[in-house]
Design a protein around this ligand. Structure first.
Ligand code: SF4
Length: 703
């Protein structure tokens, strides 16, 4: 614990960045944050990573939006501008809240009234609180009569969630990551926890010191491999081959749990049939891992008394992302490694509240608590509760909404706290869609790349300025508290949503955030026995809670699954190639991801001085062997090109990147990796294939 002497106040809160959900103590002086320290929360036990500890000053940035903005009539055409090289006043003029809200609402209601609610869409945010997510989706559904509402879960774990809902009846984790300390074997696949979930990674390392066998599977090398019993750097895109080979071994050597399968799972015989063709010997060439290693990790996982699987975007961001997750679920179900402490399935959730935002209904196919919008009984209940007729058809997802704008089916959007101009695949296509909208309202704390395209910009609240609940990857609901005042005329997000809803014809009245939370609890069984007062008193409550006063259930599926027949469903997966494989024209594989110091599209962390000093510019990383083979040198400016575009970036040498591969982080707007990525979707989760597309590189032309 660090010591700071010059402060006025210390406030307990939670970190605004990743899904680990570290609890913090925020020290302020003269209404400014001066230090953030770790608190003894259940997910962090006083620990913080570099983002949580040093990334706080973005909230105090001079670039914060402090007044509403309206697009000038003489502003350059949308889509033709790069605000980095322009003055804000060339594009926008300042406005009063009255004028801005009126302009925002009238533009949206005009489209709704003339073209119908389905001509509108909304992107909410996984960075906002549960209450903001709930109000946002309620506004889109109740106020516009459409289910076209989504958020960045569609870009991260949507395929994992679709496989989990199908297989085990719940999209949330079955056990917390801290249970790694109770496991005998831990598999981490397609995830880089030391970069993206750094505090969770400390528990994995700690577990290995206690004797846990850690198996890390990733085409790229990573720090965690230094602590691993086995490291499998398989060929990118061959997850199903490798995992089916493990399942083949477990079945072939009769290492599966017959009693568990008989009591709890269906589909085993179909799986047995499917994996007959996936022997480790046959799959070794496909995935690049020798057969004996495949057998050894299969035996290690299956024979352990308690095994857990953790996964990330390397599994989910593929056109076969749902199939990848189906294999992981099958592994757990045939070995009985689920439903007990130290066992389970854990997709490491990305943003601080992506779990909660999805739970709260910020997705196009479900009302809060994953209740289908297409089920007439459920819809009837929600219509009674909200007092409006609701759209009976599920809405469009993030990338589908972008395509629908190009097809002239969607003409207006309300975007709160998301940055699709940076985060969506095939970025020029996404930005052209934003530019094509008849009316775009953006609510944010900075003039993001998405806000450049807006007609109306509403200055909103940073995490450090608001009260709200956040649900982390462990299903722990925790309270974030305000530690500093709002800058200028910026307002609280929930109040802006309410004002806009009322100007769009609704009649909402909420006094405060706890009132919104209590309304959520009326339609979310998952929050039973978790009143606001209990969150305040306990500091963190894990859902579900089975009865009044009981502890939350850290481990679920202890007695079957929340499916129709109470059994887990094994769904065999076939090997499918990525959508775009390398060829003579584009011989390399481009993969994208994050870096330790920056968070997603960089809107916050690139304005955090310490973090941006540590990692100040975009880059493309390649293996030194590949760099030499291509006649390049580290430090060169190179062009990375795919079928969707070309960008220039600094070449960095990195032994962790495989031969034939180039890695780019997607947070740098000066070398925006998503200009290159493939928008092709997984058919179930509707997630784009960020982790794999064909590319070529060459020295940048000097003009
Ligand atoms: Fe914040 Fe995640 Fe780092 Fe914890 S691990 S301090 S939640 S960014």
């Amino acid at each position: 614990t660090r010591v700071v002497e010059d402060f006025d106040k210390v406030t307990d809160s939670v970190c605004p960045f990743c899904g680990v959900g570290c609890q913090t103590q925020v020290y302020t002086k003269d209404d400014k944050i001066v230090l953030v320290d770790g608190k003894d929360g259940p997910a962090n036990n006083n620990r913080l990573c570099v983002k949580g500890r040093f990334g706080f000053d973005y909230a105090q940035s001079k670039e914060r939006l402090t007044k509403p903005l309206i697009r000038r009539d003489d502003a350059p055409k949308r889509g033709d501008i790069d605000m980095r090289f322009m003055e804000i006043s060339d594009i926008f003029r300042e406005a009063t809240w009255e004028e801005a809200l009126e302009r925002a609402a009238s533009g949206l209601t005009k489209i709704r009234d003339e073209k119908g609610g389905n001509a509108l869409a909304g992107f909410g945010s996984a960075k906002g609180s549960n209450e903001e997510a709930y109000l946002f989706q309620k506004f889109i559904r109740q106020g516009f009569g459409t289910n076209n509402v989504d958020h960045c879960t569609r870009l991260c774990h949507a395929s994992s969630v679709s496989a989990l809902l199908e297989g085990v009846g719940s999209g949330a984790v079955s056990a917390p990551f801290t249970d790694a300390l109770k496991a005998d074997c831990v598999i981490v696949i397609g995830a880089r926890p030391t970069t993206n979930h750094p505090v969770a990674a400390t528990y994995f390392k700690q577990a290995t010191k206690n004797g846990t066998k850690l198996i890390v599977m990733d085409p790229r090398g990573q720090d965690l491999m230094r602590h691993a019993y086995a490291s499998l750097r398989f060929k990118p895109g061959t997850d199903v081959a490798m995992l089916n080979a493990m399942i083949h071994t477990i079945i072939d050597e009769e290492l599966y749990d017959v009693q568990y399968i008989e009591a709890n799972a269906s589909g085993f015989e179909a799986l047995r049939e499917k994996v007959k063709d996936f022997s480790p010997e046959a799959m070794s060439e496909v995935c690049g891992i020798d057969a004996e290693t495949l057998k050894d990790v299969a035996r290690t996982y299956a024979k352990a008394e308690r095994s857990m699987i953790f996964w990330g975007m390397g599994i989910s961001q593929h056109t076969h992302g749902t199939d990848n997750s189906r294999c992981l679920i099958a592994l757990a179900l045939i070995t009985g490694h689920v439903g007990r402490a130290g066992t389970g399935l854990h997709p490491l959730r990305g943003q601080n509240n992506v779990q909660g935002a999805s739970d709260a209904g910020l997705i196009p196919m479900f009302f809060p608590d994953y209740r289908s919008v297409e089920n007439s009984d459920i819809r009837g209940q929600m219509e009674d509760f909200w007092g409006r007729t609701l759209d009976p058809v599920k809405g469009l997802t993030v990338v589908e909404i972008i395509d629908a704008i190009h097809e002239d089916k969607i003409n207006g959007m309300y975007i709160m706290g998301e940055n699709p101009a940076m985060s969506d695949p095939d970025q020029l296509h996404a930005r052209a869609a934003l530019a094509k909208l008849d009316h775009l309202v953006v609510q944010d704390i900075f003039l993001t790349e998405t806000a450049w395209h807006a007609d109306v910009v509403l200055p909103a609240s940073a995490h450090a300025e608001k009260l709200g609940t956040y649900s982390n990857t462990n299903r722990q609901v925790q309270i974030g508290r305000p530690v500093k005042p709002l800058p200028g005329e910026a307002r609280l997000d929930w109040e802006i949503i309410v004002d806009l809803a009322n100007r769009c014809g609704l009649d909402w009245s909420y006094d405060d955030v706890p009132e919104v939370y209590e309304e959520m609890r009326q339609v979310m069984k998952s929050l039973d026995y978790m009143p606001w007062e209990r969150l305040e008193a306990d500091g963190s409550v894990t859902y579900p809670v089975s009865e009044e006063g009981a502890e939350g259930s850290a481990v679920v599926f202890t007695d079957g699954f929340p499916t129709e027949d109470g059994r887990g469903r094994i769904v065999p997966a076939d090997l499918r190639a990525p959508d775009e494989v390398p060829d003579d024209e584009f011989p390399m594989v481009l993969t994208t991801g994050r870096v330790l110091e920056h968070w997603h599209t960089g809107a916050m962390t690139r304005r955090a001085n310490v973090l941006d000093d540590l990692e100040p510019e975009g880059f493309a990383a390649m293996n030194p062997r590949e760099i030499e083979k291509q006649g390049l040198a580290a430090g060169d400016m190179i062009e990375v090109e795919t079928r969707r575009g070309t960008i220039t970036a600094l070449l960095r040498s990195d032994r962790e990147v495989a031969d034939g591969m180039v890695f780019m982080p997607f947070c740098f707007n000066e070398s925006p990796a998503n200009r290159l990525t493939n928008p092709m979707l997984d058919p179930y989760g509707k997630i784009p294939e960020f982790k794999f597309c064909a590319a070529r590189v060459g020295r940048a032309k000097v003009s």
